[in-house]
Design a protein. Structure first.
Length: 577
């Protein structure tokens, strides 16, 4: 685990190193900007010790014009380094966007309970730190000893007071870090849990209201939300305490510096100009420390996100670029395949073998929990076999790039989820350059063409992630059209008729016949006999193992008690047992 995290950190450091030249530019600008911060103290030193004593207006005007120029230059340097750091953060995020997005998707498929937004949110948090003033204060921090040394030059007593004050602020910073680290992590974790729960409730709002669960879900969400609020308040209280303590101590220290300076002036050991200049230098010296303490929660959050990203990238290795393969023929070979679901120790499928040839449709039957959906995920490449192999036209599924494999295999999951956009965009799988002809063909093959045209805006009808006003059957038929888009050679349908009416079942069977006629393969995970009506072959799975495989009639006679009824009874009335 530690090795994985270190690999992830190395990947993050490589992305950050792409802006090494920009960091050097910020460092150079910071060098001159901090040198120009001496303008104020030197100006006050000259005004109090020379201008007032000489009463020379010309000298005052010349000094003031010079100071205006120097301050303008310093402002330009500050502005420039801020813009550079904004581009450093943007480059860092751009370099990792695709990598983190891919890793999040793959981890979500391996760990269904993982939050799909966590990695992307972590990347944004790190990017915000890179563009924040707190990171630029780190470039200013090395100048703190130089400014303190300047105060020491004025007078050792002033220097000792300034150094002692700086040490106290550093101690406050370390205490802030130690006392807020756990509280900040807990606040972030509980906030994410509350967000995940609220999103689940929102997506299932119809079910919540129809089942009278509104009060119960609110109480559950409110408990999580209250816990997150308490953790956030606790973190804010601790951080606010240290921020107030820092501000108060700095004001006391500056006043003490003026008091000590005035006493030294009375003793003849310091000039009035040096007294004022020392006070200004102290403010400049302590400003980066005060900024770090005030923005410490952001810094801690970014460090936590950095570690989360390192863990994510270390756990999910980057996908190797695959050598493009020609479009495969419809030959499916599954040999001794064993699947262990992510996060589990026990195999859901064990030593399953079967072969399918072009033009065959195979129904996969068995009791609930037998492993049908697991098989569907394995055949689409979502879950990799722990043993054995799955080959499409002789090539292992691992040899295909995921996007390329997805174009060869059409998949209709049990629960169809649409994306925000038009129906045409959903059917085209959100392609940047959708093929209108292929969209219409897929809709016709799924028997959804006329249904879509009857909608208010036809194929341009916009839908939301939960389907909007579309019925379950309409969503399923659009999902079927999406699975058929792009001329796949293998079609995997998991309970494709669970929400279909008789007309939808007929359209599904017609689509299966068309695929078979085109020399393609169809696999159907089914509970209802209507789904296997057009199947030539049957695969029976029980307790994760293959119980029977062969021609449909033969398998039905072997393992299904009411096989004659299934063959003779209309689809809506028979049940597989």
């Amino acid at each position: 685990m530690a090795g994985n995290i270190e690999r992830g950190r190395e990947e993050l450091r490589e992305a950050r190193a792409q802006s090494r030249k920009l960091y050097w530019a910020v460092g150079i600008f910071s060098f001159f900007a901090n040198m120009l911060m001496m303008t104020g103290p030197l100006y006050m030193l000259q005004v109090y010790d020379r201008v007032l004593s000489s009463r020379s207006e010309a000298t005052l005007v010349a000094l003031s014009v010079l100071v205006l120029f120097l301050y303008g230059t310093m402002g330009l340097l500050d502005y420039s380094r801020g813009r550079i750091m904004a581009r450093v953060g943007a480059r860092f995020q751009s370099a990792l966007d695709r990598r983190v997005f891919s890793a999040v998707l793959r981890k979500s498929s391996l760990k269904p309970n993982a939050s799909p937004e966590t990695g992307l949110r972590d990347l944004e948090t790190v990017q915000r730190l890179m563009t924040s003033p707190v990171l630029m204060s780190l470039f200013d921090l090395p100048w703190t000893p130089i400014f303190l040394f300047g105060i020491w030059i004025f007078n050792p007593l002033l220097g000792m007071m300034a150094i002692g004050g700086g040490i106290v602020l550093v101690i406050i910073t370390l205490m802030n870090q130690m006392l807020t680290r756990n509280a900040q992590a807990k606040a972030q974790q509980t906030t994410i849990q509350a967000e995940i729960m609220s999103e689940q409730i929102r997506s299932e709002s119809e079910m919540v209201r129809s089942l009278g669960m509104q009060g119960a879900t609110f109480r559950r969400w409110f408990e999580t939300r209250t816990s997150a609020l308490k953790s956030t308040m606790s973190t804010a209280d601790i951080g606010g305490t240290f921020t107030t303590l820092t501000k108060t101590f700095r004001l006391i220290l500056q006043s003490a510096m003026l008091g000590l300076g005035a006493w030294l002036v009375l003793q003849g050991e310091l000039t009035p100009g040096a007294m004022i200049a020392g006070s200004i230098l102290l403010g400049r010296a302590l400003a980066p420390i005060e900024m770090a303490i005030g923005q410490w929660p952001m810094f801690q959050g970014a460090m936590k996100s950095w570690n989360n990203l390192a863990e994510l990238l270390g756990e999910v290795a980057p996908e190797q670029e695959k050598t493009p393969l020609p479009k495969p023929k419809a030959n499916l070979d599954v040999q001794q395949m064993t699947i262990i679901p992510p996060g589990q120790q026990q195999a859901a499928l064990r030593m399953v073998s079967f072969k399918l040839s072009p033009g065959q449709a195979c129904g996969v039957i068995g009791p609930s929990g037998a492993g049908k959906t697991t098989l569907a995920r394995a055949l689409t490449g979502v879950w990799r076999p722990a043993g054995g192999h799955v080959r499409l036209d002789g090539a292992s599924l691992d040899n295909y790039d995921p996007d390329v494999l997805g174009s060869h295999i059409g998949y209709l999951p049990q629960r169809v989820q649409l994306f925000d956009g038009t129906i045409a965009e959903n059917i085209a799988r959100l392609s940047e350059n959708p093929d209108a002809e292929a969209i219409h063909k897929a809709a016709k093959n799924a028997g959804a063409y006329d249904m879509i045209l009857e909608l208010p805006d036809g194929f341009d009808t916009r839908v939301s992630a939960n389907g909007g006003r579309l019925s379950g059957g309409q969503i399923q038929r659009i999902g079927l059209a999406r699975a058929m888009y792009g001329d796949p050679v293998l079609l995997v349908l998991d309970e494709p008729n669970s929400n279909l009416d008789n007309q939808g079942n007929q359209a599904l069977n017609q689509a299966i016949r068309r695929f078979k006629a085109e020399g393609k393969i169809v696999l159907i995970m089914a509970h209802r006999p209507a789904a296997i009506q057009e199947c030539d072959m049957l695969l029976m799975i029980e307790d994760g193992t293959r119980k029977a495989f062969g021609p449909k009639d033969q398998v039905l006679k072997e393992v299904v008690k009411n096989h004659e009824a299934i063959k003779a009874t209309p689809p809506k009335q028979a049940g597989v047992t």
